[in-house]
Design a protein around this ligand. Sequence first.
Ligand code: COI
Length: 359
Amino acid sequence: MQYTFPITRTTHPKQKPDEDHLVFGQNFSDHMFVMDYDEGQGWHDGKIIPYGNISIDPASCVLHYAQMMFEGMKAYKTPDGHVQLFRPYMNAQRLNRTNERMCMPPMDEELFVSAVKATVLADIDWVPSKPGTSLYIRPFIISDEVSFSVLPAKHYRFMIILCPSGPYYAGNMGKLSTTRIFVEDEYIRAAPGGTGFAKVGGNYAGGMKASQKALAYSCKDVLWLDATEHKYVEEIGTSNAFFVIGDEVITAPLEGTILPGITRNSVITLLTEWGYTVHERKLSIDELFAAADNGTLKEVYATGTAAVISPIGTLCYQGRDYVIGNNEVGPIAQRLYDTIYGIQTGTVPDDKHWTERVI
Ligand code: COI
């Protein structure tokens, strides 16, 4: 099915931010997408309107019980002037898995991807082109039914907003640098049976206490341990985590407590294709730091839409700094970044058909 959406253009276009100093999630484009859901009617009346404040009843379900979800994706400019998305149907599938967990209505994958494309197209001149930049896309759904019952709402609003962005962990534009990560052994992010695999605001709100601790140790983010034993590495606050020990690349298994990242999936596919031994398995903090101490821990890096590939130079755990690979960008992280960002921006051939043209 083909979806089209009416557009009301802004009469007050904003000044675009300087591409050399883009900060993640700070400047929003001229337009946004809005669409309603009503039980019995489904998703309806999708449209693009000028970016601006929304009106919401103070008793709306989302404001009290946090029934909501979001996605994160990006649009990239290619050297020949096209604009493309990266694996957008995977975002649509993850949205539906999140919605199922949150008792929210599913959305036709084509409707989701069409809405994303139409919104990016409406603000096509907001897609930056400097190395390391992209147009970050934030689709989200809120329950805006007026009710204090702790029950799923019958009315929802889907929106898409856009922000031209630089790297999530500010560094040199288009050039990788290492970051410092705090290993959290007190608070937890997600327990078995909870919402860890779903992209919901509550997972992030509950993590802010640990982010504050991380900041106090001059760390940019948190490496979470499992909720049951506080022993196995899970994911980083905003991304998945990979560890290279000897000849093995390890990342936590998808068992319900970590986010099934699209970059994570792409990294596993590429590394396997390049002949690396990749294991989705439990990795204990003891095994990790034993490897750091005996010199077999070669690389650690974060993967995510916002983070892309972010090498980690230091892990800070219980007052001790574990420096990885001399705090330098490792060759695997660099090759993954060059390949994935290259495919996304059209400078590396997309033989897996991961990209989807907007224009
Ligand atoms: C993304 O990478 O798109 C995310 O949603 C992470 C965000 C919390 C910064």
